[in-house]
Design a protein around this ligand. Structure first.
Ligand code: GTP
Ligand code: SPV
Ligand code: MN
Length: 579
């Protein structure tokens, strides 16, 4: 129980609405987790994996209709519709509460109601924020234990500070017809029903740390972003920190823990975070970042010894796998793993070649960040890490060069606001369609994008020591549909150029969209890439960009009167330079 009266009253109120059989206050202890795992093995919520190759690893198969975020069922319920903006689905708060409360009525009958106090960010960080998730899913508890600082220390902080975000979750009947993910940023609360999956159900993650936090960050003068954080250490022992925003399933986890190619003897990438980044202006005028999370909820398919050896090394113990396939000897398996064969698919059916993927394309692993071989102790630093460069990027098979640097903060904000990317399996709906995904925040910004861009722009008035802003694209394809850039570990070459630009030691050529590397400033030693391909990857196609700028203009125009002057101005400047 708790000494915080608001929390006590809320838990009682929820219990009388949802009618659980019992209430369990989570402490986060190992014994508690072991008991939960034991129960879930009994109920079939978890399946034990091969204990020799994967000790303490479990498989969860979610309902086949519940395998990804559901953007069409996700609402931001501000009192004024315009505050949610054209980028969000909106419902008046009263109507939303009435609609979703009806679905919570008696929803936990016969079930245990878990009360999960959690802290987003290092437990003693002034930049961290707490929340409490109430859920009837033990799988959610087990995931929140890995993804956040969960249990007694978080409750103690809540009792000390008196503030917390309220998140109410029930799997309900898992019916997509009775599924809603609703946010009430003005009340600092979240209600989610009908899904047990990922960002829909682990409310500390996208619901709190992005949608609610971005809203709070605007009024308090900081930034809550869909970004990885990495440290790049040179052989001389100098470390630069970089934050990068790529849309869902577009390479954050992979970049965050990359292992540099052999030619980079003595260089090291340190992982601070792989999905969410909270940034505050320091007294020194630099942006300081913390990772509010404590674990990874990472995409499994495509993870191999070759593409991401660090990920593979952390996935052989103490991990939860969701919707992957299994081998005959009960090891987790997914497409692109590059070893063994699946025996069962993600739905537990015998695997038949040619009959669909063994692992769901959005199958994931949950694992503590501390198991990552590249884990940075700085992930616990209360003040965070100082950011030298911000990188935006998307999945674009044509037009967008491998890398370019923007000339100013305002130009960088425009480039972020103009991002587009092919959709992926991380959300339900069509995959592979190019859509605008500003700052990789389309599904996650808890308020009107026009106000969000203005908020971003405002940082230039407060500091002249802001990070440089870049844009990258690892996903260009040739006429035969093959990736032109090797990607993964070789993205280190682009990171080196980016840091070189921050230190004014790398060369660049100016183009209307920004500065691209000169032919010899990008290190391609020992890389199997021909000069023609490299030139194409760095080429700025004027006609193509004119058309792109026109589309960007139309998109930005849809924000009407609220669109900041600074954004219009930068858009006009690039368009003029291209004319
Ligand atoms: P969320 O957790 O959904 O926010 O995604 P994320 O941005 O962390 O994406 P992740 O790193 O998990 O990558 C998703 C997919 O992109 C995987 O299938 C990767 O194999 C693939 N991928 C990542 N980096 C690269 C790259 O440099 N090149 C290519 N071709 N594919 C990549
Ligand atoms: C994403 O979709 O960007 C994710 C996975 O990181 S989820 O937690 O489901 O949002
Ligand atoms: Mn994400």
């Amino acid at each position: 129980m708790t000494t915080n009266m608001a929390l006590k009253a809320w838990v009682e109120e929820v219990a009388s609405l949802t009618q659980p059989e019992t209430i369990h206050w989570c402490t986060g202890s190992d014994a508690e987790n072991q008991e939960l795992v034991r129960q879930m093995l009994g109920s079939g919520d978890l399946i034990a994996l091969n204990t020799e190759t994967h000790p303490n690893c479990y498989l969860h198969r979610s309902d086949p209709s519940d395998v990804a975020r559901v953007e069409h069922l996700t609402f931001v319920c501000t009192s004024a519709e315009a505050d949610a903006g054209p980028n969000n689905h909106w419902m008046p708060p009263q109507e939303a509460h009435a609609k979703i409360d009806a679905l919570f009525e008696g929803a936990m009958r016969g079930r245990t109601m878990y009360v999960i106090p959690y802290c987003m960010g290092p437990i003693d960080s002034p930049l961290a924020r707490c929340g409490v998730e109430i859920t009837d899913s033990p799988y959610v508890v087990a995931n929140m234990r890995i993804m956040t600082r969960m249990g007694s220390p978080a409750l103690a902080r809540i009792e000390r500070e008196g503030q917390f975000v309220k998140g109410l979750h029930s799997i309900g009947d898992l019916s997509p017809e009775r599924r809603y993910i609703m946010h009430f940023p003005e009340e600092l609360s979240i209600k989610s029903v009908g899904s047990g999956y990922g960002g829909n159900a682990l409310l500390g993650k996208k619901c709190h740390a992005l949608r609610i936090a971005s809203h709070q960050a605007r009024s308090e003068g900081w930034l809550a972003e869909h970004m990885l954080i990495l440290g790049l250490e040179s052989p001389q022992g100098e470390t630069h920190y970089v934050a990068a925003a790529f849309p869902s399933a577009c390479g954050k986890t992979n970049l965050a823990m990359l292992i540099p190619p052999e030619i980079y003897q003595g260089w090291k990438v340190w992982t601070v975070g792989d999905d969410i980044c909270w940034m505050n202006l320091g007294e020194d005028g630099r942006l300081w970042a913390i990772n509010p999370e404590a674990g990874f909820f990472g995409v499994a398919p495509g993870t191999s010894k070759k593409t991401n050896p660090n990920a593979l090394a952390m996935l052989d113990r103490d991990a939860i796998f969701t919707n992957v396939g299994v081998t005959a000897d009960n090891q987790p398996w997914w497409e692109g793993l590059g070893r063994d064969e699946p025996a069962k698919d993600w739905q537990g059916r015998d695997y038949v070649k040619g009959n669909g993927a063994a692992a769901h394309p959005n199958s994931r692993f949950t694992v503590s960040i501390k198991q990552c071989p590249a884990y940075s102790e700085q992930a616990e630093a209360p003040q965070g890490v100082p950011i030298s460069a911000i990188i935006f990027g998307g999945r674009r098979e044509s037009l967008v060069p491998l890398v370019f640097e923007t000339e100013s903060w305002a130009r960088g904000v425009l480039v972020g606001a103009s991002m587009a990317s092919e959709t992926t399996a991380a959300a339900t709906g069509q995959v592979g369609v190019v859509r605008r995904d500003p700052m990789a925040m389309k599904p996650f910004c808890g308020y009107n994008f026009a106000d969000y861009w203005q908020h971003w722009l405002s940082f230039a008035e407060k500091s002249d020591r802001l990070p440089k802003i870049f844009h990258v694209n690892w996903f260009r394809k040739d006429s035969e549909g093959r990736f032109m850039w090797p990607g993964f570990g070789d993205n280190m070459r682009v990171l080196e150029w980016i840091i070189g630009r921050c230190k004014s030691s790398a060369d660049a050529v100016a183009t209307p969209i920004g500065n691209v590397p000169t032919a010899d400033s990008l290190n391609v030693d020992n890389l199997d890439i021909d000069a023609g391909t490299l030139a194409e990857l760095l080429r700025v196609d004027r006609a193509g960009w004119q058309a792109e700028l026109e589309q960007i203009g139309e998109y930005l125009g849809s924000y009407g009167e609220r669109l900041p002057e600074g954004i219009k101005q930068e858009h006009r400047r690039i368009s003029d330079a291209l004319a």
